[in-house]
Design a protein around this ligand. Sequence first.
Ligand SMILES: O=P(O)(O)OC[C@H]1O[C@H](O[C@H]2O[C@H](CO)[C@@H](O)[C@H](O)[C@H]2O)[C@H](O)[C@@H](O)[C@@H]1O
Length: 265
Amino acid sequence: MTTPGPVTSEVLHELAAGVRRGATLVALDFDGVLAPLVDDPAESRALPASSAALAHLAAASVPLALVSGRALEDLWVVARPPVGAHLVGGHGAEHGHATADGLVREPLALPPEAARTLEELAAALEALVAGTTARVEHKPASVVLHTRTAAPDDAARLTRAAASAGHDAGVDVLAGKDVVELSVLDVSKGEALRGLRDRLGVAQVFYAGDDVTDERAFAALEPQDVTVKVGPGPTAARHRVADPAAVAALLSDLAALVAAPPAAP
Ligand SMILES: O=P(O)(O)OC[C@H]1O[C@H](O[C@H]2O[C@H](CO)[C@@H](O)[C@H](O)[C@H]2O)[C@H](O)[C@@H](O)[C@@H]1O
């Protein structure tokens, strides 16, 4: 892994030039990127400055995508993305887009064996968290252990047990920030971004993510893409910003440059 650098003014101006040409997809993770992390996932909201910047980019017909680990419906409710935005949920399991009439989702049908495995894992995790303040989140293609509000000893024990249940069941185990996600589909944010690149015919992808789960996206992107890690931690991203407030500032600067490009010298 290389050391990520800041998003300099030069990087931002080059990015804005690509965005203005319609050659760049602006894609963002939600939790920890557009929205600060909180104890109750239902309470998460994007920072107002980020939402405003996304609305300005959408009004300028910039291709936008939110690429999240959340279930698609949940992402729609908390993110309230602008009309036209593409939505990817469940780390790539679910796809849809925002319209003026609401969320349009592509159908997702689990193979019967995957559906059975999901049910078994959900029951196993529910049994594990009984009597603790950890909790289980159920999604269409995965089940998630949340330990943010658990006592530290419980969190460590439950995290190990959930990962081990996932490995035993032969499913994809993704450990994120105070979560262990057991997915019965073989999907990733990287694959989802590559799919969007092909579908939209864009030459460049901008992607910002904060969690270890976003490393699959950074690793799948190409040298011309602009990857931004939000917060500390090892990363394959080429750039780093500190927190969701810094993301909001970056998106606001980008939207301003797209709306009013600098005058030619
Ligand atoms: O890919 P993301 O959009 O970052 O989604 C990843 C997970 O986000 C949510 O959990 C995280 O945010 C919660 C609210 O701030 C926080 O309580 C939790 O500890 C974080 O891991 C969401 O609940 C999960 O389903 C997503 O997989």
